[in-house]
Design a protein around this ligand. Sequence first.
Ligand code: URA
Length: 277
Amino acid sequence: MAREFDPGYSGPYRPLVESYPDESVYPLDSFRVEWGPIFHRGRLDGSARVLVIGQDPATHEAITRRILVGEAGQRTQGLLARLGITRSYVLINTFLYSVYGQGGGTRHIADQGIADYRHRWIDAVVQDQHIEAIISLGQLADQAYTAWKKTPSGTASTAAYMTVRHPTYPESASRTGSITKAEAFQKLCDSWNLALDALHGVVTPDAPVALRHYGSTITPADLAPIPDVDLPAGLPAWMGDLDAWAARTGVDAQHKRATITVTVPTRFRTWPVLQEP
Ligand code: URA
């Protein structure tokens, strides 16, 4: 069996993963530093044309060690596919670690050590690859981009830019009760359609596709699986597939922070079922 895999970090990215901000920069009351830094997903070989800036990693990302792998990532992968971008992308997050608790991201978005390291990553990506467009997912990622854009490397960049609602906006916005999930999905689709209008035909596609807008919601058909080439060698194929397989579990906040339960999705349980003794 032959499967592609992500070869890891070399060239300008190697120093970034050899030495990175720890809990002296990312406070432990606001970030799950104990799960380690998760750096990126996608091409680091000079072939990326679109840079996506996400927010922070969650459960699926903590296990696969690549960002935007769970449902948010699969929605984003679907958005890129509508631009004809199936391979030539690189994704980084605003934060290296998962945000813990309410407001941690907002409180620390502009912290010097966090911003400086993030700027080094964006600099490496735009200097090493021919990035035609940058897309930020959500307000914190937009702030991250805006701060970088003021740096010398940001000022020199000619990449087109669009900020869109975060892929999990419908779930987070409707949780407060001020908007229904259906209304929030409509807003997400409207925002993503604006990005399609602005960027379709501006970024060079891997495979040209006709411009196709979202309707009023994101359906399962709008998700795209995470390609093998984005995942470290040896991960089981189901870790890039559409079924959710990781969740924080535990009887209280302490156990929940310490635990991610991984479950092989039902349709991937292909082993023979033996009779219980
Ligand atoms: N997972 C990520 O890695 N980033 C996001 O923004 C959301 C989920």
